[in-house]
Design a protein around this ligand. Sequence first.
Ligand SMILES: [Fe+2]
Ligand SMILES: [Fe+2]
Length: 357
Amino acid sequence: MNTLAQDFQAGQINEATDRALENTMLSPRFYTTDFKEMDRMSIGNSRVQWDQLMQEFANDPNNAHFQRPADMVKDYSDLPEGLYQEFLDFLISSITSEFSGCVLYAEIKKKISNPDLKDLFGYMARDESRHAGFINQWLKDFGIGVDLGFLARTKKYTFFKPKFILYATYLSEKIGYARYIKIFRQVEKHPEFRFHPIFLWFEKWCNDEFRHGEAFALLMRSNPELLKGTNRLWIRFFLLAVFATMYVRDHARVEFHEALGITPTQYDKEVLQLTSDITKQVFPFTLNLSDSRMWEGFAKLKDFSDRIEEQKLLPGVLPVVKRIYLGLRAGITFFGLYLLPVVSNELPADVRLQPVW
Ligand SMILES: [Fe+2]
Ligand SMILES: [Fe+2]
């Protein structure tokens, strides 16, 4: 067993919970919103499609999926140290995102009375709680399960207006689908790269995320003012922020991707392209991922992020000044990317998509 896992089993501070509590620009956040305004959101004239989607949620196709075979006792923490750390980072950031969804959806369900949305958020909280619990089972094998109750009580919550919750969670659900399915397809084609069994669960798992995204897509299409006027500027911002964050985070996990037989850049190009294609169901434009300046900008952001991290390790005032300077330059780079022309998109008459990738 890895020494880190032994340390934690010996009862020292639970670093997994500690890492999940981190609040950096890149770490997954916990959100809260204006519940009254959320309660007023209507499904408009999408009744038929909505009911159909709710029926899919009620059928609960993944009800029995998140169970581990009883004989799953092998110790998978025996990985090279660098890979082990990056895999842990992957699991902890995934469980934080899953649990963040669970807490937000459960809270919305509790605080609203609109029956359509109450059903939806109840189903989605059910799914996300399963997902987080499942990842935690594997983390506990390493002796470092995340204390989810403690996390929910202690983590800082970011307030987002309901429309921002829709843009952000829609994108995180669809990107979550794309991330899980791309990893699954890779280990399906190359079983020799499957260094941990959790990847086997990703195929059906990602269908839950896809369905969650479908609900947000329907809600946005039912409230078309969310996709017009100045809201287009916000959509552009969220697309770029979510994509850039994923790029920078994934590029900090070189050994993890190498073990899966893929480079972070190749993986991100595939995941972002797929996510971008899916978002054509709801957003009136996509970022132009064929523009090489976009990828050069992402690489610059990653470089600034590394240099800021280096400065954080140094004592004194000068590194603080340097961090501010690097932060500003990163902001300018981000703004430059924001100004790159987007590709406009005619919305399809039927919003619904199926997870066929
Ligand atoms: Fe999930
Ligand atoms: Fe989800």
